[in-house]
Design a protein around this ligand. Structure first.
Ligand SMILES: [Ca+2]
Ligand SMILES: [Ca+2]
Ligand SMILES: [Ca+2]
Length: 290
């Protein structure tokens, strides 16, 4: 066979092979992005995380070589966060293949990445913020409580004793929310909090006089794990109360109010032993890429 003939045969074959390679879709490119966990369907139950403050969020960065999950430290007390990498071997049309032999099914629905693992469905939405978010490395930065700072009497939030409800957030570890209200001698007041039961927030309340002496406290006198304090004012003036978590990892939304009570008799509060709280949320990263 002469050289020209050889070339005529080889060139089309080479072009065909190259062409095939070019046509292999780059599936990885479709999913390379940074995401925020939006919801999980776990053992048949759906958990929606769209309203979570950023300090409780889980972030996922997918690159060509790895899937990295980021989570804040568990009780948000530290300036640390966790970062867990799973090495990616390849991406097919329907699955992310990891170097340890495991794989996660995926699809892209409405611009969101939908992962399926052991029957659990994980929805990730694109995330444009910084990784890690500022509040993960600076626990003093709260993202959704406009009343901060209020961690001491001097910066207490004013609350009217007329039943106005304020929505607060018990944030970073050690967050204390101080309130100030004006009370009149002879009038009784009820201070109480309400929190969504699914947050398992266990709040406490302590009442102080204007000079900072402790007058009374309550833990679970209200509904669920919420405090409710009934108190009769002896001397007109400004009074303070502080809302805190019973546990170090109590974090979440609650509402608070102070109402004048016209009740002539102090409501009977049945003393109750401290109730055990259900185990808090599962560590989200444990559900991913395992
Ligand atoms: Ca707060
Ligand atoms: Ca505070
Ligand atoms: Ca409590």
């Amino acid at each position: 066979m002469n050289n020209l003939l050889k070339l005529l045969i080889i060139i089309p074959i080479a072009l065909f092979v190259l062409g095939c390679e070019e046509e292999t879709p780059d599936y990885a490119a479709d999913i390379i992005n940074t995401y925020i966990l939006e919801s999980i369907e776990y053992m048949g139950e759906t958990f929606d995380f769209t309203d979570l403050p950023i300090e409780d969020a889980m972030l996922v960065k997918i690159t060509r070589d790895e899937a990295i999950t980021y989570e804040n430290d568990e009780d948000h007390c530290e300036d640390t966060y966790s970062e867990e990498s799973d090495e990616i071997d390849g991406v097919t049309e329907t699955a992310i293949l990891f170097t340890d032999g495991s794989e996660t099914e995926y699809s892209i629905t409405g611009g969101k990445l939908r992962l399926v693992e052991d029957g659990d469905v994980i929805i990730l939405a694109a995330y444009n913020g910084t990784v890690p978010p500022a509040s993960w490395t600076d626990p003093s930065l709260l993202t959704n409580d406009t009343y901060e700072p209020n961690n001491e009497i001097a910066t207490a939030t004013s609350i009217a004793a007329g039943g106005t409800i304020q929505n607060h957030y018990l944030g970073a570890c050690g967050d204390e929310d101080y309130f100030m209200f004006s009370a009149s001698a002879g009038v009784s007041y009820i201070m109480e909090t309400i929190s969504p039961l699914d947050q398992f927030l266990d709040l406490t309340l302590a009442l102080y006089s204007g000079n900072g002496s402790l007058l009374d406290t309550d833990d679970d006198g209200g509904t669920d794990f919420n405090p409710s304090l009934y108190w009769t004012c002896q001397t007109s003036g400004d009074y303070y109360f502080v809302i805190e978590g019973f546990w170090d990892d109590d974090i979440g939304n609650y509402s608070v109010s102070v109402v004048e009570s016209s009740a002539l008799v102090k409501p009977t509060v049945v003393p109750e032993e401290k109730r055990a709280r259900p185990e808090k949320k599962i560590r989200l990263s444990e559900l991913l890429f395992n």
